[in-house]
Design a binder for this molecule. Structure first.
Ligand code: NAD
Ligand code: TYD
Length: 348
């Protein structure tokens, strides 16, 4: 039995974690808090919204009084912390929002956990979800390991790095039981169409240009989001207190190669002549400070806790495209709001 507080559960990764936990652990109480920023969408959680072991509360992780009340009301003994501002491009235009949510929000949760659990830390856990971007950018070779030095390059990764440091500081200073995972780029259903894969699927559907930053040679390691949720489940239940685990897919793609796969699959699905979608590719000004390559070594997680990705990328990307094509209404509702304003500003 656990009373788990999941933060950011209405977002992309969070909704898959919430769904997995609510369905797999009927004896746990799952409290999902999210303040429903542009990236939070309760539609992502329709299948669990009436489950008896699930409760949604609209709350800001920076609101100390509200967080205290939630810890006390639900006897929270476990935190799985995903809430964050998560898009690098937005962090370039609005770094203060990233510092506020990612650093101050994490600190607020850590401090409440410390206060609530100070008399007895047994059976308690603060699990912080982070990114491989804290390690900075790699050259042509090498991988991020758990002990790779932090070298964040964007306001987003700097704010995540800072929050990771606070989590470890609360472990070292106050003995708070913590776990940290640093994961590579996720893809799959329910991702907000500001990130590469859903953005490009949507633009192909609407025959809009596909804005490739720079020469499209930057490399990312891609992991199917449900595999990330499975890894979070494994780490929460089997991870060693105070440890960090890297999570990745051993699945590196240059942006341009990945985009060509999406274009090919979309031509297939939409029954268009081969090469139709690729004609939409448009090279645009590079992202400022664009990290060249991320590649994560997740062997510790495999060797110590037995997790590995269940899906090959070729299968995962087809499943992903199928989901967006089967859920055109979901996309339609997102792009009909403030999204247009964001899009016009970002892509002029
Ligand atoms: P997302 O932007 O889709 O979702 C973030 C969620 O947090 C949204 O529902 C939003 O409403 C909520 N939120 C934002 N500010 C909040 C606040 N002040 N209080 C309460 N809720 C708030 O992000 P995501 O892609 O699902 O990422 C989730 C976590 O995983 C983040 O911590 C991110 O850094 C990390 N991560 C993401 C990736 C990736 O590829 N997307 C990879 C590795 C790690
Ligand atoms: P993104 O999905 O924003 O994830 P991250 O920056 O966290 O890795 O971007 C993935 C890659 O795709 C990254 O190298 C930037 C590139 N990209 C484009 O080329 N064009 C775009 O419009 C976007 C959003 C991203």
């Amino acid at each position: 039995m656990k009373n788990i507080l999941i933060t950011g559960g209405a977002g992309f990764i969070g909704c898959h974690v919430v769904k997995l936990f609510v369905e797999k652990y009927p004896d746990y109480t799952i409290v999902n808090i999210d303040n429903l920023t542009y990236a939070g969408n309760l539609e992502n959680l329709k299948v669990v919204e009436t489950a008896p072991n699930y409760k949604f509360i609209k709350a800001d992780i920076c609101d100390r009084a509200h967080i205290k009340e939630i810890f006390e009301t639900y006897g929270i003994d476990t935190v799985v912390h995903l809430a964050a501002e998560s898009h690098v491009d937005r962090s370039i235009t609005n770094p203060f929002e990233f510092a506020q949510t990612n650093i101050m929000g994490t600190l607020t949760l850590l401090n409440q956990a410390k206060e609530s659990w100070k008399d007895d830390m047994t059976g308690k856990m603060f699990y912080h979800i982070s990114t491989d971007e804290v390690f900075g950018s790699l050259g042509d070779s090498g991988y991020f390991l758990e002990d790779t030095s932090y070298d964040p390059q964007s306001p987003y990764s700097a704010s995540k790095a800072s929050s990771d440091h606070f989590v470890r500081a609360y472990h070292n200073t106050y003995g708070l039981p913590v776990l940290v995972t640093n994961c590579s780029n996720n893809y799959g259903p329910n991702q907000f169409p500001e990130k590469l894969i859903p953005l490009f699927i949507n633009n192909i559907l609407n025959e809009k240009p596909l804005p490739v930053y720079g020469a499209g040679l930057n490399i990312r390691d891609w992991l199917y989001v449900v595999d990330h949720a499975r890894a979070i489940d494994v780490v929460l239940h089997k991870g060693k207190v105070g440890e960090t685990y890297n999570i990745g897919g051993f699945n590196e793609w240059s942006n341009i190669d990945l985009i060509k796969v999406i274009c090919r699959e979309m031509d297939n699905k939409l029954q268009k002549p081969a090469g139709t979608s690729e004609k939409l590719i448009s090279y645009v000004t590079d992202r400022a400070g664009h990290d060249m390559r991320y590649a994560i070594d997740s062997s510790k997680l495999k060797e110590e806790l037995g997790w590995e990705p269940s899906l090959q990328f070729e299968e995962g990307i087809v499943k992903t495209i199928d989901w967006y094509l089967d859920n055109l209404d979901w996309m339609e509702r997102i792009v009909s709001g403030d999204y247009q304003e964001y899009y016009n500003k970002q892509y002029k």
